[in-house]
Design a protein around this ligand. Structure first.
Ligand code: AMP
Length: 457
């Protein structure tokens, strides 16, 4: 479903496209029509769900018409969130004449006063600084038509309830109020009763489960060998199309260059790429012109490319929700896919957090014949230690658990085998051949050789 189908006007949908979004996220699908209708809204949603665009886009639609003055106010608990919301709002508003501003504490007031005097339509603010500025007569709140309380539970947690009440008294009673919050503690419920009228409610539970068709594996590896390991995995795996996630834009660019130099057909996708570059990269992946997209999390949401066979977390994502989003790029609908996570020693705790969130362990996998340049004992520890801490009760021994989870699951990934406690007692990483049958220990032939690296044959 395109954004325009939600009733957003063209300058706004153009801004959304330029931001790189192709499809609305669930909260946007649900909230935007309600907000456009003028109704109050309580959205139970966390950061990461796309809630900022869910409220900013319909607000921009409203601000396109009507007088130029301060008509929309977004309150956030922290300056970081305020700055982030403002950045997003400017981004989405770039094809409109709507002026966006931000004010928060901890920085000098005079520049903010000057900015407010220059005339803005939409202000993002933390409550304390907003009141300070109001006391200094730097702004008027009498024309506010829409109020957003963003991360309202955190605002109440941080002791802002009295400030919120003060601000509510300064606003016109005839207005639209939107409240976004992950939880609804009693104090907030009280504020909500005072602030909202007959609100619609949207409950958006965070995704907690990857689709059933996704096979997951964690590859413990020293950080400096990640690229080499990835290359090995690529050369031993039948990859149709793959998204590799990095934490930073810079990291995405660097990895894309490295893989490009090694003759893989690859493109980077992140927030610093122009809209046309992003669209081209996605289109090329869809059409099979490139095999690998190296992306930051911006791409983990909203990408809906059919037939992605592999997702690789080159860096372990910051949050379990990001993990679920990322690996959700493969195995879409009823399809199947593989999701590999390359785990440096310092990333073990993040993987454990993911496993707790999922309520299951993800099998650790060592690549046979790959030179890990680690002592066998270090290798054993990196494979075993954290897995055991989250091993579901009632499982057999560690090795058995991993075998059960991984055995035969890697379609086309014949080179992989489950790591087992005994495997790395010797120099497992260098071993060729061994007691296990099948492909274990054998370096499989290159699947369709070089052809696979340069687009589809
Ligand atoms: P938020 O929950 O507002 O912090 O948004 C989480 C992330 O999702 C941000 O990085 C947004 O840029 C991104 N995002 C928001 N809407 C979309 C969309 N429709 N498609 C792709 N990414 C989106």
């Amino acid at each position: 479903m395109p954004f325009a189908a939600l009733g957003l006007p063209q300058p706004v949908t153009k801004g959304v496209r330029a931001a790189g979004y192709t499809e609305p996220m669930p909260i946007q699908r649900k909230a935007i029509p309600v907000i456009l209708s003028g109704r109050d809204l309580i959205g139970a949603a966390q950061t990461g769900t796309g809630k900022t665009a869910a409220f900013i886009l319909p607000i921009l639609a409203r601000l396109l018409a009507g007088p130029r003055r301060l008509r929309a106010l977004v309150l956030t608990p922290t300056r970081e969130l305020a700055a982030q919301v403002e950045t997003n709002a400017r981004d989405y508003a770039r094809f409109t004449s709507v002026e966006v501003g931000v004010v928060y504490g901890g920085v000098p007031i005079p520049p903010q006063e000057r900015m407010l005097r220059s005339g803005i339509d939409l202000l993002v603010a933390t409550p304390g600084r907003l009141l300070d500025l109001h006391n200094r007569l730097a702004l008027r709140l009498d024309y506010i038509e829409v109020l957003v309380l963003d991360e309202a539970d955190r605002m109440v947690d941080m002791g802002f309830a009295p400030d919120l009440r003060r601000i509510l008294k300064l606003l016109p009673t005839h207005r639209q109020t939107l409240l976004f919050s992950a939880t609804m503690p009693p104090d907030l419920n009280q504020v909500a009763k005072e602030a909202l009228r007959d609100p619609a409610r949207i409950d958006l539970a965070p995704p907690s489960r990857p689709a059933a068709g996704i096979t997951q594996a964690v590859y413990p590896v020293p950080r400096n060998l990640k690229t080499e390991l990835l290359e090995e995995i690529l050369s031993r795996t039948d990859v149709h199309s793959m998204i590799v996630f990095t934490r930073t834009k810079h990291g995405a660019d660097r990895l894309a260059r490295q893989l490009g130099r090694r003759n893989f057909s690859v493109a980077p996708l992140h927030g610093n790429r122009s809209q046309s570059q992003r669209e081209r990269a996605l289109g090329d992946l869809k059409r099979g012109r490139i095999q690998i997209l190296v992306a930051t999390d911006i791409a983990s949401r909203g990408i809906d490319v059919e037939g992605i066979t592999h997702v690789v977390n080159y860096d372990v994502p910051h949050t379990p929700e990001d993990y679920v989003h990322r690996i959700g790029r493969t195995g879409r609908v009823d399809a199947v896919g593989d999701a590999f996570t390359l785990m440096g020693p310092e990333e073990q705790k993040d993987v454990v957090a993911i496993e707790r969130f999922l309520g299951r362990t993800i099998p650790r996998v060592l690549l046979p014949d790959f030179n890990y340049k680690m002592r066998p004992r270090e290798l054993a520890i990196s494979v075993r230690s954290e897995t055991e801490r989250v091993r579901p009760k009632g499982r057999g021994n560690h090795a058995g658990a991993i075998h059960r989870q991984t055995g035969g699951a890697h379609r086309g990934s014949t080179a992989h085998r489950p790591a087992t406690a005994g495997d790395h007692g010797g120099s497992a990483a260098h071993r060729s051949g061994g007691p296990s049958s099948g492909s274990f220990g054998r370096r499989p032939k290159h699947v369709r050789g070089v052809d696979r690296r340069r687009g589809r044959p």
